[in-house]
Design a protein around this ligand. Sequence first.
Ligand SMILES: Cc1cc2nc3c(=O)[nH]c(=O)nc-3n(C[C@H](O)[C@H](O)[C@H](O)COP(=O)(O)OP(=O)(O)OC[C@H]3O[C@@H](n4cnc5c(N)ncnc54)[C@H](O)[C@@H]3O)c2cc1C
Length: 476
Amino acid sequence: MTTDTPRGQHAAAAAVADGDPSRSDVLARLISELGERVDTSDESLEAARSDKSGHRSSGRPIAVVHAASVDDVQRTMRIATQTRTPVVTRGAGTGLAGAAMGGPGEIVLSMRSMDAILEVRPDDLLAVVQPGIINADLNAALAAHDLWWAPDPASRAISTVGGNIATGAGGLLCAKYGVVRDAVLGVDLVLADGRLLRLGHRTVKGVTGLDLTSLVIGSEGTLGVVVAATLKLRRLVPGEVSTIAATFPDVRSAARASAAVTASGVQPAIMELMDATSLATAHAYLGIADPTPGAAQLIAQTDGPAAALEAEAIARIFAVNGGNVTVSRDREEGERLLTIRRSMHPAMEALGKTTLIEDISVPRSALATMFEEIARIEREYDVTIPTIAHAGDGNLHPNFAFDGERVPDRVWEAADALFRAALALGGTLTGEHGVGTLKRRWLADELGDDQWALQRDIARVFDPLGILNPGKVFVP
Ligand SMILES: Cc1cc2nc3c(=O)[nH]c(=O)nc-3n(C[C@H](O)[C@H](O)[C@H](O)COP(=O)(O)OP(=O)(O)OC[C@H]3O[C@@H](n4cnc5c(N)ncnc54)[C@H](O)[C@@H]3O)c2cc1C
């Protein structure tokens, strides 16, 4: 665990810690209005200090409020506004950017208990849900209607739809089926002062005024609290699934093969890349035979009526680019192959080290060049950077593993070089995990000073007192 610096705490938090208003006054008001929803158990306060980024706030928050209704959220926000107390909204706490960590002088507002499906409309291909529902639970319920909500982060079994929206999450299927941004029609948002806004539409089209729904997607709890969402659904995809797996002599040829698939116009549902170190780590974790040393792996999956034909086309492209290819039309075998990719995070955890999971994205044609840059950075900074990639959309997760709680300076320097390389290739600092506390110091490098200031000013319109997730995303 890495402890967040006091630099990240907002002035309002400092005011509370200094006794203006007193922490006990805030707590008393919360308890008087929300009763048993207010949790000050050691266990809950400790858990609310961290997410899955390996970082932790500098101390315990005042309380965790388990909201059970929109009214609970509005009451909490009114108290927060009246007492100038910062609020960190939290879903399941699986975020990887240090964005859901609650610290001293802050209220953590947990949305996990608001997990109802309010409406499913197969005829309109939409559902209205509360934010605390787990992504996989929602999809299990939608399957009964022959429907699904496409965003599928690898954390779908443990993360909430509200958290997915607030981070703008992606996943394995998003090259073909889109990310959260493509799958939300509207959100109900409670503002910092407790007012409730209904943003967006129930219609496929809708251009009335500014698109504030899009602004909220990926805003990491800095603009308001999402208390409901109108989601755009798809029919379950009929037909078979084909899986194409290939090993390549090195990661650059695997990356070139994935770019060639994209350039060919064939659209896999999934296309995932693992470099040699990641592959070896996952194999060891699963207890399966070691992969060929140095070999990288590319796995693609096609679905729908054209699955078999598309799989043949992809297999040819993999082979032409040096891949040793196998194709399977068996769903279970496909899942087994993808399990290796999905086990990467637990495999890294099992090494017993702290892992900084990065999240850069580059244009897909630049994927091979980005891997060359990663190899250069490994040499220059004497670090190993096991990397997996959602190759179908150019999103890479380079991992830095180290001993101890604090990210070593050398790792931050290597990460800095990584971000700069991604930006130079026309890429971005974060494809799906968000900025949180981990990337806030690089935000202006990507946005430029003018856009950084404009974005921060927009956040202030929503939250003039700066009490919503302070210290995250926008820090001078
Ligand atoms: C094993 C593993 C695999 C992962 N794979 C992926 C992946 O493939 N793709 C991907 O995108 N991410 C992935 N993640 C990261 C993480 O799961 C996502 O960012 C997820 O969307 C976070 O959801 P959560 O409910 O845990 O949110 P939290 O971690 O609780 O919160 C994340 C952010 O959202 C805000 N927030 C949460 N709920 C609300 C709300 N109702 N209103 C306003 N703000 C809110 C918080 O303040 C915080 O800023 C992975 C994480 C793990 C541990």
